[in-house]
Ligand binder design. Structure first.
Ligand code: NBP
Length: 486
């Protein structure tokens, strides 16, 4: 038990909560902790003792937990999103007083946060929805945090957050995001971008392995090398590591024994749904979600492979003897980088569209800054994105930033070669191909949309605009077609 009141409380001691609580205690802020089932409380207290006698105090009942925290109380919740958050608020709020604050640190749907903030405000409490990224390691040693909601609540906890967050050259990886559910929304899109990054890396792996015939040792070398340049990032680093891990249960490398079925918890799906709601094209992120759906159909894919093999279509379609390995590796690196620019452009545009809809006033460059450390998408590349928005906060699309535009132009030939090679080899690269299509669509002054619009007017009298005369037009296409001879 703490002899004096603690500075902050944390409820929910699974992976994230336990590690964030230890991080907060380690930074010198005495913390009270609570969990629905008490075994996790004891486990956390035990860890705090082992990891340096940290000022962390466990409570088995919600009342003594809440009353152990100094006023105005600040409590971070890290429980499963959805109903468990409502349950936890209900349990704790009985003992709270006006001016106290609850922070939901989970991956919550932003509208739930807005609903809860409204209800809490009516009761005189403050509320924040704070995205936390970095997984177990980040939570323990420095995550990237995206708090949104009550600014007053943010100010009550800012001193803790700036110390607990990952620290990079441009400061702590935390900032007040904006009003309402903006913190959760930004975290959601962060996760959507993460889906895109992981898919693009997986496609690079597939092309190198299936077409280039690289061994796991070679893949380890390639990704390690890539991690020294423009692709330097947490995800490329862990990918390099994965290729060197030997299977401890059988011969060979562990990665080859991992079932090719990707799990997901929903934030990628929400990102794609929001992109559709806001009419923002996010094809790279959507392709990564679709790839997870298709990966889940393992049994169907096994049967499909048999059907097509018996019709003469094997796993890989072309003879690979002609591939120049070094050239392929360099092309794939460039294709990965160019695709990544498209993916981030989509995510950033989605955030901006939501910010405009909700009047959140989000600063895209600042978001890139707080993602530079602590989180799963941390990368040297984010510095470049920040600089692009520093040059022009109203940048319509990252692709037209002069630096990124130059980089894409430099890499487009390699990018096209990789996509063509993959198509001809029968290797699906939905992330890379759709990113290229996004670029090729966005950069063209004139698209075949004129024909689609003409079709719409033909069958539905939806009208069309002309390139040369202002106004709205309708044509009796059917009648004219019947009269016309050619
Ligand atoms: P989980 O999402 O696995 O949730 C487990 C926690 O929720 C336990 O403390 C559990 O208590 C509590 N809980 C549940 Br389940 N139902 C409850 C209820 N009805 N009332 C009270 N407590 C309840 O934990 P996590 O993986 O640490 O993630 C926490 C949050 O952070 C989630 O929103 C997650 O999406 C997000 N997040 C996770 C990661 C990650 O890498 N894991 C990364 C970033 C964000 P119990 O012990 O009594 O069952």
């Amino acid at each position: 038990m703490a002899t004096t009141l603690t500075r902050i409380g944390l409820a929910g001691l699974a992976v994230m909560g336990q590690n964030l609580a230890l991080n907060i205690a380690e930074k010198g802020f005495p913390i009270s902790v609570y969990n629905r089932s008490s075994s996790k409380v004891d486990e956390t207290v035990e860890r705090a003792k082992k990891e340096g006698d940290l000022p962390l105090y466990g409570f088995h009942d919600p009342e003594s937990f809440v009353l152990s925290i100094q006023k105005p109380r600040v409590i971070i919740m890290l429980v499963k999103a959805g109903a468990p958050v409502d349950d936890t608020i209900k349990t704790l709020s009985v003992y709270l007083e006006k001016g106290d604050c609850i922070i939901d640190g989970g991956n919550e749907w932003y509208e739930n946060t807005e609903r809860r903030e409204k209800a809490m405000t009516e009761l005189g409490f403050l509320y924040l929805g704070m995205g936390v990224s970095g997984g177990e390691e980040g939570a323990r040693n420095g995550p990237s945090m995206m708090p949104g909601g009550s600014f007053e609540a943010y100010k009550n906890i800012e001193d803790i957050l700036v110390k607990v967050a990952a620290q990079v050259d441009s400061g702590p990886c935390v900032t007040y995001i904006g009003k309402g559910g903006s913190g959760n929304f930004v975290k959601m899109v962060h996760n959507g971008i993460e889906y895109g990054d992981m898919q693009l890396i997986a496609e690079a792996y597939d092309v190198l392995k299936s077409v280039g015939k690289l061994s796991n040792e070679e893949l380890h070398q390639v990704f390690s090398e890539w991690n020294k340049g423009e692709l330097l990032s947490f995800l490329v680093e862990i990918t390099a590591d994965i290729f060197k891990i030997k299977d401890d249960k059988a011969d060979g490398h562990l990665v080859d024994k991992v079932l090719d079925k990707t799990g997901m918890k929903g934030t990628g799906k929400w990102t794609v749904q929001q992109a559709a709601e806001l009419s923002i094209a996010a094809p790279t992120i959507a392709a990564s979600l679709d790839s997870r759906f298709l990966s889940g159909l393992k049994e169907e894919r096994v049967l499909a492979a048999k059907v097509f093999q018996s019709s003469g279509i094997g796993e890989i379609l072309t003879d690979q003897a002609v591939v120049d390995k070094q050239k392929l590796i360099d092309d794939v690196r460039q294709a990965l980088y160019a695709s990544k620019i498209c993916s981030y452009a989509q995510g950033m545009n989605l955030i901006r569209a939501k910010s405009e809809e909700k009047d959140w006033g989000l600063k895209l460059g600042e978001l890139a800054r707080i993602w530079k450390g602590g989180c799963i998408i941390r990368a040297i590349f984010l510095d470049r994105i920040k600089q692009a928005y520093d040059r022009n906060a109203d940048l319509a699309n990252l692709l037209v930033d002069p630096e990124f535009a130059g980089e894409v132009v430099d890499r487009q030939a390699a990018w096209r070669r990789v996509v063509c090679l993959a198509i001809n080899a029968g290797i699906s690269t939905p992330g890379m191909s759709t990113s290229l299509a996004y670029f090729d669509t966005y950069r063209r002054e004139r698209l075949p949309a004129n024909l689609v619009q003409a079709q719409r007017d033909y069958f539905g009298a939806h009208t069309y605009e002309r390139t040369d005369i202002p106004g709205s037009f309708h044509t009796e296409w059917f009648k004219l077609a019947k009269q016309s001879k050619i």
